[in-house]
Design a binder for this molecule. Structure first.
Ligand code: EMZ
Length: 390
């Protein structure tokens, strides 16, 4: 759809040839290989088959890069399987759908508008650290239903809770989140009956006829902090880069705000903020004609599936009016992203605010964030995106 091509707003698909050839490709991850599943159909099929491809192996093992060496707390419900998964998920499902309520959307709109005021007043800014990170952190206070002020503390943790600039697996860094959560759970534990935040909600919850343990509560909270951090930051940053490179689409949204919902889905498909997520085979299996041995890992490459030409016409083009859009950016099956309603609202409100209030976004400098997965190099976002806004 977009006529003009700008290098900064392009997110090329590195999987085209391998997806077409075998549809699966093995990569090494710290000596524990992963077979990346690349085609839309097989990604969905494997995600659906939770009996064969499990999530509740050792904590950290389904994440790629594996986090087994830096944490032993199970993230919940993410690293569990049925029947536990079903029961855990039931405890948090309604809470994570609160973003769809009117009052939540109104608060998010106020929040995002004030972030945008700040940006417009400044004129120039670095999007990743000065816009996306504070926006993600402050918006998260709505999901936790905790004081906005808490975010100031989280902003200091940077764009990822388990990764730092020089260490992609920073166990020491994880401890600051864990210590913070211990203190917050203890605080909420003083008056769980009257608390209105997510901690109090979890402290009151009944799991199979008993209260959750502190370890379980921590498991849910770690996921809440970690799962939607770099992903949302990338989605927000990439959205600004996209409209900088494709101003005609911002104009179309100004003229037709009804396109917002479809734009959100299409940008999510195109950006695929989470490249893939692993599973561990419980038995010898076969995917895309390739044997997968018991106790080895596959990964469900959402990003590759989202560019499958068998499912998406012109998969490498952004079409903000794209109709059928069965993208897998939030995963698929029973583990489908819990934070999706929140993330979708953030993008919807952001795009609305940009369309109403911004005339021009100009990129003055940038540094791509390129992930390396075996032979594949994938741009997932930016380390730095300097823009001018008016
Ligand atoms: C895990 C993961 C969840 C993991 C949906 O993704 O996000 C990653 O960023 C974290 O490192 O621990 O929470």
């Amino acid at each position: 759809m977009s006529a003009k091509k700008c290098p900064f707003s392009e997110f090329p698909d590195p999987f085209t040839a391998a997806r077409k050839a075998e549809g699966i490709r093995e990569i090494d991850d710290q000596g524990d290989p992963v077979k990346m599943v690349l085609g839309h159909r097989n990604v969905r099929k494997s995600a659906h088959d939770w009996r064969t491809f499990q999530s509740g192996a050792r904590p950290g093992r389904i994440v790629v890069p594996s986090e087994v060496n830096i944490r032993d707390i199970r993230q919940i419900p993410f690293e569990t399987d049925p029947p536990e998964h079903t029961a855990y998920r039931a405890l948090v499902e309604a809470w994570f759908r609160r973003p769809l309520e009117e009052a939540y959307e109104a608060a998010l709109t106020e929040l995002i508008n004030s972030e945008l005021n700040r940006a417009l007043n400044a004129g120039a800014m670095e999007v990743v650290h000065d816009f996306a990170l504070p926006l993600q952190s402050r918006a998260l206070t709505l999901l936790l239903n905790c004081p906005r002020q808490e975010a100031e503390h989280w902003i200091g943790w940077g764009t990822h809770v388990f990764r730092s600039d020089d260490d992609p697996l920073d166990g020491g860094k994880a401890n600051q989140l864990y210590d913070y959560l211990d203190a917050e759970i203890a605080r909420a534990g003083k008056d769980p009956e009257n608390g209105t935040d997510l901690y109090a909600h979890l402290l009151r919850a009944e799991y199979k006829g008993r209260k959750l343990t502190i370890e379980e509560i921590k498991g849910v909270m770690i996921l809440t902090f970690a799962g939607g951090r770099d992903t949302v930051i990338n989605a927000v940053t990439n959205t600004l880069a996209y409209f900088a490179g494709n101003p005609e689409d911002l104009t179309r949204l100004k003229e037709n705000p009804d396109l917002t919902t479809r734009s959100v889905e299409e940008l999510l498909r195109y950006f695929s903020p989470l490249t893939h997520m692993g599973r561990v085979a419980t038995t010898d299996a076969e995917v895309s004609g390739c044997p997968v041995a018991a106790n080895t890992r596959i990964s469900l490459a959402w990003a590759a599936a989202n560019r499958d030409p068998g499912v998406f016409e012109n998969p490498n083009e952004v079409d903000i009016e794209r109709k059928a859009n069965p993208h897998l950016s939030f995963g698929f099956g029973i583990h489908k992203c819990l934070g999706a309603p929140h993330a979708r609202q953030v993008l919807k409100v952001l795009i609305n605010a940009l369309a109403r209030r911004v005339d021009k976004i100009e990129v003055t400098d940038y540094e791509d964030n390129i992930e390396q997965w075996g032979e594949f190099e994938r741009k997932v976002g930016f380390h730095r995106l300097q823009i001018q806004l008016s």
